[in-house]
Design a protein around this ligand. Structure first.
Ligand code: NAI
Ligand code: MG
Length: 502
């Protein structure tokens, strides 16, 4: 039998109570075991100890959750609410998340491995802000009026208007790197637009989504509007993508899984939005303010242990400052104290799972095998927990796996820039297009490069800055659609054109 996580003793009373029993599925407002009776364990990656057992949804459970969401959408209580009432309920949910911030942060930290202060002041605060922002949209969804010419009907005149209608029952499949934030990003716009939800958290991190589902009920969101069904991708996830009662799939995760979902969703012509992987470049020019650029780029890669879809995993530095910048980042990497989420002196936590630790370890090994040199790190940490040393690679070239593939860990690969005309081409030399950053004090360089980079988010003298008001999403193989900002409304609505002869 696997041992319990040692950090359970550090949880506050509410979080400890939450993990003291098997967590059931949340379907139609009720806590129910899986129809199969199956459960799986969720782990604390700081010591690979068990936190608790969680009901494992299969196809039958997904079907029940879809039926509940369908009833609420097709004429249930939810479908009758006015926009201002939806707004009020989402605001109340945000208040409840804020009131339960400590409990949610503790659950997030133990389940994902991220350090408690980051979970508390990063993840939970962001989820609250995002829900409040989305609440405001509920009352601001508008169509247009149009005066069509209709040239082939000479005498008649027409007026058209458009309605933005909720897309329907939405299946939301999320990853493990920001579990609560991802859940809030997904359910916020669904609720604002009047959709209903079947949410599947990642199997590595089911806890905060389950708690959020309970808070939805406490906020007064009717039972069946938000159903939370933890389970595995190849069973529960596939069942959602294939289910004819789901109108849209919203997915965040790997590009490989995103492609499989996109292909499968075509059979029922579900709407699909995909936030996928990245290999985001950070470009540091010689004229950059190094006191900003060096620590900024270090955070650009090492934040959340590098498990960020927009992690700045490729570093391009103008030759004259290459050593200064790479050695500066390596110094920061070496200074980090690795430790479990609840250790007060820890500065970098473990990766989410043994599998992810092994995966990142094998990328590091492939870098070393292909001739890259590690200025810092270069090893997974032996022993308990899923720790990986933060690694700065130099002596790299474009053909290396570590330059081309998403590693999703604390590993950055630096290459010098010699030809100033070539920077955008080098930055764009990837199948991905999620994020990029430019570090410079020259306005022409900043905005000139921003225009040439093929990525959904470009940051100047910063990296990984994400805000609910700013659209976010990928070019190229980083996905389809834009979440957040006004753009997200389009992802959760169908446009209907009504035309009348006058
Ligand atoms: P994944 O993309 O396979 O999993 C994400 C979510 O999709 C989970 O909820 C999972 O249960 C579900 N899922 C998996 N297969 C599915 C399928 N066929 N149909 C429907 N749902 C499915 O990612 P995974 O396996 O956790 O991590 C593998 C690698 O993916 C990581 O090493 C990392 O490189 C990358 N990744 C990237 C993320 C990003 O945001 N860019 C997030 C998570 C992982
Ligand atoms: Mg876990």
């Amino acid at each position: 039998m696997t041992a319990q996580s040692a950090q359970i003793s550090k949880l506050g009373a509410a979080a400890r109570r939450f993990v003291s029993q098997t967590r059931n599925l949340l379907i139609n407002g009720e806590h129910v075991p899986a129809r199969s009776g199956k459960t799986f364990e969720t782990f604390d990656p700081a010591d690979n100890g068990v936190i608790c057992a969680v009901a494992e949804a299969g196809a039958e459970d997904i079907d029940l959750a879809v039926q509940a969401a369908r009833r609420q959408f097709d004429g249930g209580e939810w479908s009758k609410l006015r926009p201002s009432e939806r707004e009020r309920l989402i605001l109340r949910l945000a208040d409840l998340v804020e009131q339960h911030a400590d409990e949610l942060a503790e659950l997030e930290a133990i389940d994902n491995g991220k350090l408690l202060p980051y979970a508390r002041f990063g993840d939970v605060s962001m989820a609250v802000d995002f829900l409040r922002y989305m609440a405001g949209w509920a009352t601001k969804i508008e169509g247009r009026t149009i005066h069509p010419s209709v040239p082939y009907v000479q005498e008649a005149r027409f007026w058209s208007y458009t309605l933005k209608e909720p897309v329907g029952v939405v299946g939301q499949i999320i990853p493990w790197n920001f579990p609560l934030v991802m859940a809030a990003w997904k359910i916020g716009p669904a609720l604002a637009t009047g959709c209903t939800v079947v949410l599947k958290p990642a199997e590595q991190t089911p806890l905060t989504a389950l708690r959020l589902g309970e808070l939805c009920l406490e906020a007064g969101i009717p039972a069946g509007v938000v159903n939370v069904v933890p389970g595995f991708g190849h069973t529960a996830g596939v069942a959602m993508v294939e289910h004819p009662g789901i109108d849209k799939i919203a997915f965040t995760g790997s590009t490989e899984t995103g492609k499989a979902i996109g292909r499968a969703a075509v059979d029922t012509m579900k709407r699909v939005s995909l936030e996928l992987g990245g290999k985001s470049p950070m470009i540091v020019m010689a004229d950059a303010d190094m006191d900003v650029a060096i620590p900024g780029a270090a955070m650009g890669i090492f934040f959340n242990q590098g498990q960020v879809c927009t992690a700045g995993s490729r570093l391009y530095v103008q030759r004259s400052v290459f050593d200064k910048v790479t050695e500066g980042i390596a110094e920061i990497a070496k200074s980090f104290k690795l430790g479990p989420a609840f250790a007060e002196d820890a500065q970098l936590g473990p990766l989410v799972s043994k599998a992810q630790q092994e995966r990142v370890g094998s990328y590091i090994q492939s870098g070393l095998d292909q001739g890259a040199v590690a200025l810092s790190g270069g090893r997974v940490v032996e022993g308990q927990g899923c720790f990986v040393e933060p690694t700065v690679f130099v002596n790299a070239n474009r053909d290396m796996k570590i330059v081309q593939e998403e590693i999703f860990g604390p590993v950055i690969v630096a290459q010098p820039i010699d030809d100033l005309d070539d920077i955008a081409a080098v930055a764009n030399d990837t199948i991905y297009g999620l994020g990029a950053s430019i570090w410079t004090t020259n306005l022409n360089t900043a905005h000139g490069l921003a225009a040439k980079i093929r990525a959904g988010s470009v940051w100047i003298n910063s990296h990984n800055i994400v805000d609910p008001a700013v659209p976010f999403g990928g070019f190229k193989q980083s996905g389809y659609g834009r979440e957040m900002g006004q753009e997200v409304i389009d992802l959760y609505t169908e446009t209907k054109a009504v035309t009348m002869m006058v």
